[in-house]
Design a protein around this ligand. Structure first.
Ligand SMILES: NC(=O)c1ccc[n+]([C@@H]2O[C@H](COP(=O)([O-])OP(=O)(O)OC[C@H]3O[C@@H](n4cnc5c(N)ncnc54)[C@H](OP(=O)(O)O)[C@@H]3O)[C@@H](O)[C@H]2O)c1
Length: 166
């Protein structure tokens, strides 16, 4: 599994149920580029951040919820990590964990890579991604050149990998 997230300098990822900022270059050039054609796993609250709660196109959308009555046409619904594992065992595909905070925390230990859009700015945030720079079991493998967004901030894409055996 691969985690993919956009974080600010404090590893903030969201505020009041929304993203910190919308970066079109990140959405198209990074998020869509990597996840298109693959399987994405996310929490029910992240679905609420999508326009009209529409599923992400060209991807298998797997939504986590404890709610047994929750339905979403076209999506795979999993009610626990065990159910998710059962489903993913049937899938021969790249699987991306795409948020939000509780879903990243739940599944980070199952990920061996993380693609982090690191935004050079400090926002007000109430949702966070675990700070991989402070983790002994993760290391920064590479960093792409910085990009200036039309949103007025600079970001770069960092590739982290889990250190095996730690
Ligand atoms: N910057 C980024 O890259 C990025 C990406 C995505 C999201 N975000 C931000 O992250 C924030 C949302 O994060 P969040 O933690 O509140 O929400 P979330 O992870 O998207 O969704 C949480 C929900 O997932 C379900 N869930 C979690 N663990 C589960 C488990 N073990 N089994 C079954 N269902 C489970 C529960 O749904 P039920 O309540 O239905 O049981 C839970 O309320 C927002 O601010 C959003 O904008 C940022």
């Amino acid at each position: 599994m691969i985690a993919i997230a956009a974080v600010d300098m404090n590893w903030g990822i969201g505020y009041a149920g929304e993203l910190l900022v919308s970066l079109p270059e990140d959405q198209k050039g990074v998020f869509r580029k990597y996840t298109s054609g693959h399987t994405v796993v996310y929490g029910r609250k992240t679905l609420k951040t999508y326009k009209d709660e529409r599923l992400l196109p060209n991807r298998i959308n797997v939504i986590l919820t404890h709610d047994e009555t929750f339905e979403k046409e076209g999506a795979v619904i999993c009610h626990s990590v065990e159910e998710l594992d059962e489903y993913l065992a049937t899938v021969n595909d790249e699987v991306y964990v795409i948020g939000g905070e509780s879903t990243y925390k739940l599944l980070l230990d199952r990920c061996d890579k993380a693609i982090i859009t690191y935004i050079e700015y400090e926002y007000m945030a109430d949702a966070f991604f675990p700070n991989l720079d402070e983790r002994l079991d993760w290391r920064l493998e590479s960093e792409e050149p910085a990009i200036e967004s039309i949103a007025g901030v600079t970001f770069c894409v960092r590739h982290y990998e889990r250190i095996k055996g730690v």
